[in-house]
Design a protein around this ligand. Sequence first.
Ligand SMILES: Cc1ncc(COP(=O)(O)O)c(C=O)c1O
Length: 410
Amino acid sequence: MESRSVYKSAGQSEDTTGISRRVSQITVSAIKQMPLLASKVPGCVSLGQGIPSHNTPEFIREAVIEALRSDASIGKYSLQPGIPKLKELIARDLMRTRKIDFIDPETELFVSCGGMEALAAGIATIVDRGDEVILTSPTYSSHIEQILFAEGEPKFVPLQESDGWSLNPDAIRKAITKKTKALIICSPLNPTGVVFSEAQLREIAAIVLEHNLFVVVDETYDFLVYDDVPYFSLLSIPEIKDRIIAACSFSKRYCMTGWRVGYMYASERMIKQVLKVHDAFAICAPTISQFAAAAALSGTNGKDGPGDESVRQLVDSMTRRRNLVCSRLDRLPEMFSYVKPEGGYYVFPKYSMGNISSMDFALKILHEAKVITVPGNAFGPTGEGHIRLSFGAEESELNEAFDRIDRWLA
Ligand SMILES: Cc1ncc(COP(=O)(O)O)c(C=O)c1O
């Protein structure tokens, strides 16, 4: 597999003497490496990491302040799978949003340190050395590292850019071998912003049943879909409930990236196994962050809670930013072509600049234009020739980044 490390492209080496094969072969994702490299380049503007500029809503912060005042035990570990009240709220929210008849909060959920830990722990629980895991290409870069860490083999199935990065279930079917253990499905997909259709996901469910596979479902951006594009979740298909390992997050929906809280939804049997990994790596999610997550969900009823209002405002704001970034890209047709994102807050343009690799292109923009982006190759082989731009930043910052790119190109 091509190097996915920007540090390497930037000429940095690492000493892996005595380090396990498992760890030597993985990398800190380019999404996180780019801001670290940029911290040495004064005055950069970021279209890099996916952090919304919005703060955690006030009603959540206020609830935490109140909890800090009234509950002296808030600094202690919670029960290992999470605070029971939070798990009840998660079950209520998931049943409503995914139209699931019943979720047992005690046995079918656990609270994790972000969606990321749920993904890593879930993959480590099912993947043995040499097992193949099918990924779309592009895919979220950490999925690749999580499979490699478990000593599995990522098998990339390219998405068709000419067809709006759409998912081709037949191509996935063809990629299945005797060694295939699982698929990873992320919709809306980071980095392309494609939202997979109900028909495509129902076919994925049929494949999962037919071949007795697991499906790791990454629903980090479930709430963020534009232009009334219908959102459908694999969690809404009861027939595959025993096959699903779902990772969900509070990070993006409630602008809570730094609280590090998310959760897993899976069968009782699976949760029991994953909890061993959660215990070994984290013990429990931060108790104070679980209070914040409980406040977020207590204020969300699908209609008129402060959580509903904050999500609506976030979606409106991201819609404006997506339109702004697309209109700025439209002014640079000689350099960039792109598929308009249907969800998430990323766009994944293809650039035209000879044969330059996406790692070198991202480093060039960083040093010459002082704009942080993420090289496409970090998201799988199909990402080569592309860069990922996040539009989580304020509109003024997005405009400044594009003004710099305009001047750089001129
Ligand atoms: C697709 C995807 N999955 C998972 C994560 C991790 O999110 P969390 O902050 O919940 O760990 C991210 C973060 O950007 C993401 O984009």
